[in-house]
Design a binder for this molecule. Structure first.
Ligand code: FAD
Length: 623
């Protein structure tokens, strides 16, 4: 049965990738269908109820700068906000919010249901319609046999493809606890020319807060003033704020875990997929860091209207009896009631080297992949890819050229470039250390880096655009004002400064010059002459841009140097085996990855500057 409407873009899956993909496509004026298993689970957080953190908040703010939903929903659902690395430089500062799971889901659903050009349909996608003669996708068939037609399909099936849940040596099929897996679709995808592999991830048991002794734990309140996530967000939008609590595993906990390893699916070889290195299970941690006799456990509230707690740090797939004992061995959790067991899940993912930078698959025209199925882990990584894939699917529907930010423009660019160039053999998560231009790619300036482009692409609405242009003008005006306002020796303002610096002010200084001094902040100098800026986002920008100007300029020069060859295109049919002097390993890697540009080739693991020049010389000779 054909559905009466023809769509331009169909998005399969209503998780973090799918919702941003559908919203981006619809925002661009393209007729979009979001087809998902269950409308009640739109925007559901499968694992920890938190958004942001180091490297991840950079992605969230970039998604926000491009008009996405994740940061807005976080402001409406965040129950504890913190700035991580607050004492370090602005490049690595990151916002993290504990989110009320139910409020987050509700916020995402409201945004989706009020988005023009977006239709939602609840049903499993079981099949893809592919025109084999042209290798183009044509639509999707649901498990009820309904055919939805569209020339562009974005697949964001998360951990559901061939999903297998493990608790101890028992296993069953599942997409995540409580949800069915996608078996039919997984089988169909295995028939297509795509490179399918397996990964795994895990989650801890959940605990009833009424059975926890918080008096023996350290409380961790959020920051004051309370941060916000979205560039359009405000503190008044936040619900009630609560604390998290910290406790620790101990020798006894580790003994219990070691005693259960013979029934661990990971350690007995039952699970074949590789797990997330940076979010390891507790059994992984005590084995890998055998000399540590304690690990931190953060008890994070799942929401304001529930007693459930998420014990962050003890993700596990050990048998349930071991889970109970290990939790009861932890201080304050001696009588804890477990509401849901922890588990691991194995699922299909596709080698991301099979993707173009638009996230369209190389082998099937119009088929885009985003989120966990590309080998990543995390809501933020999924949202970033979702937005990009949805946007590029919409561009394709409009017959326009695709777009992806470069590595020096956005963490989204770093993420996509890393994935499609090097692939991944373990769940990939974002870190600031993955970006070479960290000082330029800060979370605080994501809007200044991307909102103009987002507006041009049709992703940014009038409200965001007005707020952005106003902010930009105010930054310029305030920087000018500081440049033109002077402190004179002997003035009362100079005396205030002398007290602060314990040094005499011997000559005339502009406020901008003073702000460059490491010991002075914007608040110290801006009001000495005239009125300081009242908008905190503007003041923050002026301060960072002034203090780090020298470093930022140097990084920009480096980017210009790199860009000269970054965009040099490599012919698609280039035969790498003919390049003399290149190692067989690199010939093979380049042949597999088929990088589109010299910049991408240079980032393939093992590529040295010498190998890049060999490639460049060969290309010049050939042309
Ligand atoms: P998901 O959020 O999984 O969304 C997939 C969506 O697709 C769902 O709505 C699903 O119903 C729908 N869907 C699937 N197949 C079909 C179909 N055939 N038809 C229609 N709809 C379909 N991340 C971390 O950062 N750290 C962790 O420690 C961590 N642990 C995790 C542990 C577990 C057990 C799980 C399940 C996930 C964990 N995650 C973790 C990962 C995090 O949940 C994902 O990275 C993130 O949700 C991925 O977003 P996504 O949109 O790609 O997929």
């Amino acid at each position: 049965m054909d559905f009466p409407k023809q769509f331009d873009v169909i998005v399969i899956g209503g998780g973090h990738a799918g919702t941003e993909a559908a919203l981006a496509s619809a925002r661009m004026g393209v007729k979009t269908l979001l087809l998902t298993h269950n409308i009640e689970t739109l925007g559901m957080m499968s694992c920890n109820p938190a958004i942001g953190g180091i490297g991840k908040s950079h992605l969230v703010k970039e998604v926000d700068a491009l008009g996405g939903a994740m940061a807005k929903a976080t402001d409406l659902a965040g129950i504890q906000f913190r700035i991580l690395n607050a004492r370090k430089g602005p490049a690595v500062r990151a916002t993290r919010a504990q989110a009320d799971r139910a409020l987050y889901k509700a916020a995402i659903r409201t945004i989706l249901e009020n988005q023009e050009n977006l239709w939602i349909f609840q049903q499993a996608a079981d099949d893809l319609v592919v025109d084999e003669s042209t290798s183009q996708v044509r639509g999707v068939v649901t498990n009820m046999g309904v055919r939805f037609l569209a020339p562009n399909v974005v697949l964001t099936a998360g951990t559901f493809l061939g999903g297998k849940i493990h608790i101890g040596l028992e296993s069953h099929s599942g997409g995540r606890a409580g949800d069915p897996p996608s078996i039919a679709l997984a089988n169909r995808l295995r028939e297509l020319p795509l490179d399918v592999q397996r990964l795994k991830t895990g989650t801890p048991a959940r605990i009833d807060a009424r059975s926890v002794d918080f008096s023996v734990m350290e409380a961790q309140p959020g920051d004051t003033p309370i941060p916000v996530m979205s560039f359009l967000g405000s503190v008044d939008q936040h619900p009630e704020q609560v604390s998290c609590y910290i406790t620790h595993t101990n020798e006894r906990t580790h003994e219990i875990i070691r005693g259960g390893l013979d029934r661990s699916p990971m350690f007995t070889g039952v699970i074949e997929g590789v797990g997330p290195r940076y979010c390891p299970s507790i059994e992984d941690k005590i084995t890998r860091f055998a000399d540590k006799n304690s690990h931190q456990v953060f008890l994070e509230p799942e929401g304001l209207s529930t007693h459930e707690l998420y014990p962050n740090g003890i993700s596990t797939s050990l048998p349930f009896d071991v889970q109970i004992n290990l939790i009861h061995s932890i201080r304050g959790l001696e009588n804890a009631h477990i509401t849901r067991p922890g588990y691991a899940i194995e699922y299909d993912f596709f080698d991301p080297r099979g993707l173009k930078y638009s996230l369209e698959t190389k082998s099937i025209g119009g088929l885009f992949f985003a989120g966990q199925i590309n080998g990543t882990t995390g809501y933020e990584e999924a949202a970033a890819q979702g937005l990009l894939a949805g946007m590029n699917a919409a561009l394709r529907a409009q017959d326009k050229e695709s777009w992806c930010p470069r590595r020096d423009e956005a963490y989204i660019g770093v993420l996509v470039d890393d994935l499609i160039t090097n692939g991944t053999s373990e769940p990939y998560r974002m870190f600031t250390s993955r970006a070479e231009y960290r000082l330029i790619l800060r979370e605080d300036n994501a809007d200044l880096r991307l909102t103009e482009k987002g507006r041009e692409l049709g992703l940014v609405d009038d409200e965001r655009w007005a707020a952005f242009t106003n902010k930009k003008e105010r930054i310029e005006r305030e920087s000018e004002r500081l440049r033109g306002a002077f402190i004179h020796p002997g003035s009362s303002a100079a005396t205030v400064l002398e007290n602060k610096l314990s040094r005499p002010i011997s000559r005339e200084y502009s406020l901008l010059e003073l702000l460059r001094r490491p010991e002075l902040t914007y608040n110290d100098v801006a009001g000495l002459v005239g009125d300081a800026e009242t908008q905190s986002q503007v003041a923050e920008q002026v301060e960072i841009q002034t203090k780090y100007q020298g470093y930022i300029d140097r990084q920009k020069e480096e980017i210009d140097r790199m860009r000269r060859y970054e965009n040099t295109r490599i012919p698609e049919a280039l035969d790498y085996s003919l390049i003399e002097g290149l190692s067989n390993e690199l010939k093979q890697k380049l042949g597999d990855a088929r990088p589109e540009t010299l910049g991408r080739a240079s980032r393939i693991q093992g590529m040295t500057p010498a190998a890049v020049s060999l490639l460049l010389v060969y290309m010049k000779k050939r042309s």
